[in-house]
Design a protein around this ligand. Structure first.
Ligand SMILES: Nc1ncnc2c1ncn2[C@@H]1O[C@H](COP(=O)(O)OP(=O)(O)OP(=O)(O)O)[C@@H](O)[C@H]1O
Length: 254
């Protein structure tokens, strides 16, 4: 069996001046191409885990434990090995730069290409995220796009470095239900086509259940349950998971 993409072992993270750790003794691994959902109530440590994996914890945060990338044989480079998509795509785009140029700039930085090649790659990426007429869209500014279109642009930028892992932190939460489903379907297609691993952080268990093969449940910074999506959803072993599921009455049968 090939080595895991990511190993997180006994990870404990404490923010400066916080009374209790945001993550405690958390162990988890991820295979290449695997899709993992991270669920848990607000403040349970989901984003902290994503930030720790991406090396984006604020200065002064104390970190104990191991984060390793056996399949890469070296530490992961954020941006290149890990792509990020956050809730507020608008905030991650430069308002005064045309979207094509923004993506081309990320491509150039991550893949060391000429401007000509990077511009061509940017158009390919805009097409890959199913944006119609990429050439026209590339000349638009972020404010000229809808929220769903901006999120597609953010996903295109996240793909620019051809990452092995896509980290989506509440990537669909700010969108209306139909657009959420479209973006989830897009992520599903992209991770399969590009054999990327996915960590999908969400409050929407129903949405996650259609997208991920494994679910990890966080409570107060601890991993309290982990398993195959179908098993966690149909036979949760912990009362906390049952409560989370019960709160999602609209959950379709997986
Ligand atoms: N920069 C920070 N400094 C101090 N404490 C923080 C910081 N960021 C998060 N925390 C605290 O760490 C804990 C975990 O927060 P985190 O954002 O990881 O949870 P979450 O599950 O992602 O929550 P949400 O679903 O609301 O985004 C919370 O108690 C939070 O208040």
């Amino acid at each position: 069996m090939s080595p895991p993409l990511l190993i997180v072992e006994n990870l404990t993270v404490s923010y400066p001046s916080a009374q209790t750790p945001a993550l405690s003794d958390l162990t988890l691994n991820l295979q290449r191409g695997e899709r993992l959902g991270l669920i848990g109530e607000s403040g349970s440590g989901k984003s902290t885990l994503a930030r720790a994996v991406a090396g984006l914890l604020p200065r002064g945060t104390s970190v104990a434990g191991r984060i390793e990338w056996p399949a890469l044989n070296r530490p992961a480079e954020p941006g290149r090995d890990i792509g990020f998509v956050f809730q507020d795509a608008g905030a991650s785009l430069d308002p005064v730069m045309r979207v094509g140029a923004q993506i081309a700039e990320v491509v150039r930085a991550d893949r060391n290409l000429s401007w000509h090649e990077a511009n061509k790659s940017a158009l390919d990426l805009l097409a890959a995220v199913s944006l119609p007429d990429p050439a026209t869209l590339a000349r638009s500014y972020p404010h000229q796009l809808s929220g769903g279109q901006r999120q597609r642009v953010a996903i295109a930028a996240a793909l620019a470095g051809e990452p092995a892992l896509l980290l989506a932190d509440e990537a669909t939460s700010a969108l209306d239900t139909i657009v959420q489903a479209e973006i989830a379907a897009l992520l599903d297609r992209l991770v399969r086509e590009r054999n990327m691993a996915l960590i999908f952080i969400t409050h929407d268990i129903a949405l996650a259940s259609n997208l991920v093969s494994r679910i990890a449940v966080l409570q107060d910074g601890r991993l309290v349950e982990e398993g195959v999506t179908h098993d966690v959803i149909t036979r949760p072993s912990r009362p906390y998971t049952r409560e989370l599921l019960a709160a999602h009455w609209e959950l379709p049968a997986p």
